[in-house]
Design a protein around this ligand. Structure first.
Ligand SMILES: [Zn+2]
Length: 255
């Protein structure tokens, strides 16, 4: 994989944003495979409103965003209302994110966020554009990277290092069960549980490790009056889906 964007192909474009669009799309087309099935992906010919790439084998769709400099905690995306509509109708594409060095045009990070990790909580509403701007009143959104569990940020390239295809497909597969959780609330509970497990930062943990997040989870789900039972239920789902193993005596292990 060549980790440098070939700038010669965009010499006929004047606008910097158009230039980078052309460079990054060409690079993705050349090097990135579908994380769901491993097939190569293709670019949509016209400027589709929703997605930029698709897999002809498994039909997954991908939107590409890029950012220069540091990866940061937020990714600027399009209109807030469109994003929320997409989440509610389950029609959002998966999300490719490319991060590059502005001077060298080297790719520093490339990751995919599976669409099943998109819940309203990871979307931040931006302030409306000022009355003096061209699109006065328009409201955009940010994707909050740090609210997404680690298993929902699948890196192809991390800090300039490539990950193996096998590992990428494996991580994708591990959380594919989230697709079945079609209502946003049950998906939200599973994603919150994944985040608590991330925060422990260990492969083997106990039920009491997770109970320590009871106050945090209660603040997010104030209507639930039995958080511990809910936690046990989520861990059971994660066990049934192969994300965890039960070792007995309240001990859990990541698979
Ligand atoms: Zn595919």
């Amino acid at each position: 994989m060549n980790l440098n964007l070939d700038s010669t192909i965009a010499s006929r474009y004047n606008s910097p944003s158009q230039k980078i669009r052309v460079l990054t799309e060409k690079w993705v087309n050349e090097y990135i495979f579908c994380p769901n099935c491993g097939n190569s992906i293709a670019e949509y010919e016209n400027n589709r409103p929703v997605a930029d790439f698709y897999c002809s084998n498994c039909k997954e769709e991908y939107e590409l965003k890029s950012k220069k400099g540091n990866i940061g905690k937020k990714i600027v995306d399009g209109a807030y209302s469109t994003m929320i509509d997409r989440l509610n109708s389950d029609s959002n594409p998966n999300f490719f994110f490319l991060n590059y060095d502005q001077n060298t045009l080297n790719i520093i990070n490339f990751l995919v966020i599976p669409k099943h990790f998109f819940i309203p909580e990871i979307i931040e509403k931006r302030n409306p554009l000022s009355p003096t701007s061209k699109r006065a009143g328009w409201i955009g959104c940010n994707i909050l990277l740090d609210t997404i569990p680690n298993s929902g940020k699948i890196f192809y390239i991390k800090d300039g290092q490539e990950e193996s295809k096998e590992k990428i497909l494996d991580i994708w597969n591990k959380t594919i069960f989230l697709k079945q959780a079609t209502d946003l609330r049950s998906k939200g509970w599973l994603i919150d549980t994944l985040k608590c497990i991330d925060k422990l930062n260990k492969n083997i943990f106990t039920i009491s490790d997770i109970y320590k997040f009871e106050t945090y989870l209660k603040s997010k789900h104030p209507k639930n009056n039995n958080i511990q039972a809910k936690i046990r239920q989520q861990l059971q789902i994660l066990r049934d889906k192969g994300y965890l193993e039960f070792k007995g005596n309240g001990i859990y292990k990541l698979t």
